[in-house]
Design a protein around this ligand. Structure first.
Ligand SMILES: NC(=O)c1ccc[n+]([C@@H]2O[C@H](COP(=O)([O-])OP(=O)(O)OC[C@H]3O[C@@H](n4cnc5c(N)ncnc54)[C@H](OP(=O)(O)O)[C@@H]3O)[C@@H](O)[C@H]2O)c1
Length: 171
């Protein structure tokens, strides 16, 4: 099972403010839907609260230290590892860690792929993506998205893959 992370970050590594996304980026939301459709998603309890509902066409695992009643379409897990175990038991091929900051920090060492949207602004965030060490990741794809009436800021879509995984493919 591939463990992937998907995130949009500003030029300071910021991902959120006051438990919401600090931008309106329609192209990024479409990319998120296209990439994650049919897969398991793993979200922190605060990110799930911010989204406010299960996402159609996907199974959402919500991590919390305290079991809670979740709406249909969501499953509780009391740790990141427990959430990943459930995905593996379900036969998932690629699980998407969707945030937020606390969950991204724990998941980064486990992740093989990062679907990263770099948003070309400083959004004065209070929550951040963990630092990415450049030499540890290879850039597989890069695609610039200009700002327009549906995309508040220009952004760049990137796919990063852990370098040692890539070397394994070459050998
Ligand atoms: N730009 C992006 O791509 C993006 C993506 C997602 C989210 N966000 C933003 O990120 C912010 C939320 O991030 P956050 O860091 O505040 O919170 P978060 O990571 O979404 O959730 C944190 C909560 O998850 C639970 N949790 C985390 N690790 C756990 C573990 N090992 N075991 C059990 N439970 C665990 C805890 O819930 P309990 O307190 O219930 O125990 C913890 O309080 C929001 O602003 C959101 O909009 C941005």
């Amino acid at each position: 099972m591939i463990i992937s992370m998907i995130a949009a970050i500003d030029q300071a590594g910021g991902i959120g403010v006051e438990n919401r996304l600090p931008w309106r980026l329609s192209a990024d939301l479409q990319r998120f839907k296209q990439l994650t459709w049919g897969h398991h998603l793993v979200a922190g309890r605060k990110t799930f609260a911010s989204i406010g509902r299960p996402l159609p066409g996907r199974i959402m695992l919500v991590i919390s230290r305290y079991p809670q009643n979740l709406p249909p379409g969501c499953l509780p897990a009391d740790s990141l590892e427990a959430a990943l175990d459930i995905c593996a038991v379900h036969g998932e091929s690629e699980v998407f860690i969707i945030g937020g900051g606390e969950v991204f920090r724990q998941a980064l060492p486990l992740a093989r792929r990062i679907y990263l949207t770099s948003v070309h602004t400083f959004a004065h965030c209070d929550t951040f993506f963990p630092p990415i060490t450049p030499g540890e990741w290879w850039l597989l794809e890069e695609h610039f998205i200009p700002a327009d009436e549906k995309n508040e800021y220009p952004s760049t879509f990137r796919i990063l893959e852990r370098a040692e995984v890539n070397l394994e493919h070459i050998v």
